[in-house]
Design a protein. Structure first.
Length: 168
């Protein structure tokens, strides 16, 4: 055998074995990763979608004066397309959820049970709690966080946090 030959039979066999091992490891890794993501896929995007749609004016834009849920296409509690919460829309959403939880969830396209929490950021004082907030740590829960601003009782705009929980 000549010295300095790189492509000997040993090197070719070792390269093939290494390539097969790497391909198997990558296939297993991506398969396991997708299996883990598929379990969470319906909940987290659903919570994100709900939080984003709530920070819109809603459809129709004056949905808070609708007398029936059949007249509402999308809930939105923001003033325009901002993060400023409109109190009358918030109160009306609270009314609809309290009186027709399932119908309100259908309009928001909730993938499972849901809970919407609003609280001031400085002191964690609650503003509103809407929906079924009876989840526990043993369940699968997805949360979407959004920063908002809301007018307090004195008329001052204050920073707040909106959290949308979706669970099953």
């Amino acid at each position: 055998m000549l010295k300095g030959q790189y492509f000997s039979f040993d090197a070719v066999v070792a390269t093939v074995i290494m390539a097969v091992a790497m391909a198997s490891l990558m296939g297993y890794w991506y398969g396991a990763q997708q299996a883990a993501e598929s379990r969470m896929l319906p909940l987290h995007p659903g919570a994100m979608r709900m939080a984003e749609s709530l920070l819109s004016p809603g459809v129709p834009s004056g949905w808070q004066s609708a007398s029936s849920l059949n007249d509402v296409k999308q809930f939105g509690i923001a003033s325009g397309f901002s993060n400023q919460i409109n109190r009358s829309k918030l109160d009306k959403l609270d009314y609809w959820i309290a009186n027709n939880y399932a119908g309100s969830g259908k309009i928001m396209r909730a993938p499972a049970e849901y809970c919407i929490l609003l609280e001031y950021t400085e002191d964690n004082l609650p503003i509103k709690r809407m929906g079924n907030c009876t989840y526990d740590s043993g369940r699968e829960v997805a949360v979407a966080h959004r920063g908002v601003s809301i007018q307090d009782s004195s008329g001052k705009m204050r920073p707040a946090r909106m959290r949308v929980f979706v669970w099953r």
